[in-house]
Design a protein around this ligand. Structure first.
Ligand code: PLP
Length: 420
């Protein structure tokens, strides 16, 4: 009789396979996700993933890093070229760790940070202690929110200036201004606020977790040219790499950032993911502009189609979106949770907002966005049985099984690789 451990072992592999199969037949619309190339997956399987390389390449605390160092130097060089940055630290293991590194490097516990609230698109890593937000809970920052105009889906520049002056008058001048977020339809007013923030010596960080791929492709805003001192990001959202983080900035801040990341916040920096980031940066340098352009066209096309079908798409006054995201108010039809669950039964995977990064990477263009909008309409507005729709979606997906915008596409996007 097989041991129960062997049964667990087998069950786990069968779940992994089922998951891949499911995604092969689905429409993945989660804005924070993407699908990496076969090359990125290959790098993630390498022996780098079993090694330590604490410290800076060339100055490691461990032996055995000859090839790791060469790859990490190349990785930093590619990151700096891609984002036109003087300095890059490719070691943060996630976007949250990248943010923590700038909090640790440029603020002290008790300092005030200005950040977008969650309804204004902010991320929990910018959040207050009472919400278990990373900035408040882990680094003791005192968070104040930007005044936000919900109609325009924009940070209000004049009200922000007033707020900073009021905070100064009550001896709570912010030490850091955080831009960027998770619901992110339009560029943030970095350019508009830089002179004002600099006049108060406020450190400007731009969290590009969601829009890094659009910035890399030159199709969103360019925070480091607009006045941001540092830029943090995840490497796996619109930037189509492995799960990981990155901090960019200027040479004058290099030491502070390096120390915050090691020894401050990492020991192992997940070296296989570092190698995979290097591959991603090369892909983004080669294909990133075309990709970012198509992402933005697709988002706009999907937003317009949904609006034509009667959905309330946010940001209408400003043309719905200038990013990879679309926000839809579905309260006329049902609550958000029910809509999400119904769509999942039809194999349309969404959360609070829709994102087109992954379906664009699969090769879909504007015409397919109308099809996607129509599938969503059939479930949410026409209340068609989602189970009946799933086979139609499977058929629709047949022509989009490869990852585009990369050098090598032999392996299917969700093809399961068995090594045993
Ligand atoms: C996703 C996200 C993060 C967190 O990134 P992880 O890589 O998941 O740690 C940070 N900031 C913003 C704005 C995000 O959207």
């Amino acid at each position: 009789m097989a041991s129960s451990y062997k049964n667990s072992y087998k069950r786990i592999f069968s779940m992994l396979k089922e998951h891949n199969k499911w995604f092969e037949n689905s429409i993945p619309l989660i804005a924070s996700e993407n699908v990496p190339s076969p090359a990125v997956k290959e790098a993630m399987l390498s022996d780098f993933g079993n090694r330590y390389a604490e410290g800076w390449p060339g100055e490691r605390v461990y032996a055995g890093c000859i090839y790791i160092d060469k790859v990490e130097f190349e990785c930093m060089k590619l990151a700096k070229t891609l984002f036109k940055a003087e300095f890059a630290d490719v070691r943060p293991i996630s976007g949250v760790i990248a943010n923590l590194a700038v909090y640790c490097g440029f603020t002290n516990p008790g300092d005030v940070m200005l950040a977008p609230s969650i309804p204004a698109g902010g991320h929990i890593s910018h959040g207050k202690k009472e919400h278990s937000g990373t900035a408040g809970l882990v680094h003791g920052l005192d968070i104040e929110f930007y005044p936000f105009d919900a109609e325009e889906m924009a940070i209000d520049v004049d009200k922000t200036k007033n707020k900073i002056e009021e905070l100064k008058n009550s001896n709570r001048l912010p030490k850091m201004a955080m831009f960027g977020g998770s619901l992110f339809l339009f560029p943030h007013p970095v350019k508009e606020l830089t002179d004002f923030l600099k006049s108060y010596n406020i450190h400007i960080n731009y969290d590009a977790a969601h829009v890094a791929g659009l910035i890399a492709g030159g199709q969103f805003q360019d925070p480091l040219r607009e006045g941001a001192d540092t830029m943090t990001m995840s490497t796996h959202k619109t930037l189509f790499g492995p799960q990981g983080g990155l901090v960019l900035g200027f040479e004058k801040h290099a030491d502070v950032i390096k120390k915050a990341i090691f020894p401050g916040l990492t020991s192992s920096h997940h070296i296989h993911h570092m190698a995979a980031k290097a591959i991603t940066f090369a892909e983004a340098l080669e294909f990133g502009k075309d990709y970012a352009k198509q992402v933005i066209k697709n988002a706009k096309a999907l937003a317009e189609a949904l609006s034509d079908f009667g959905f309330k798409v946010l940001g209408e006054k400003r043309g719905f979106t200038k990013s990879h995201q679309i926000a839809v108010n579905v309260l006329d039809y049902s609550d958000g949770g029910k809509v999400e669950a119904d769509l999942e039964k039809a194999n349309i995977i969404v959360n609070r907002q829709l994102g087109v990064s992954e379906i664009t990477r699969l090769g879909m263009k504007e015409a397919e966005m109308r099809d996607v909008a129509s599938f969503i309409k059939q479930v949410v507005i026409e209340k068609r049985d989602p189970k009946k729709l799933a086979p139609e979606i499977k058929l629709f997906r047949k022509s989009y099984q490869k990852v585009h915008y990369c050098f090598d596409k032999k392996l299917g996007a969700y093809e399961y690789v068995k090594l045993r």
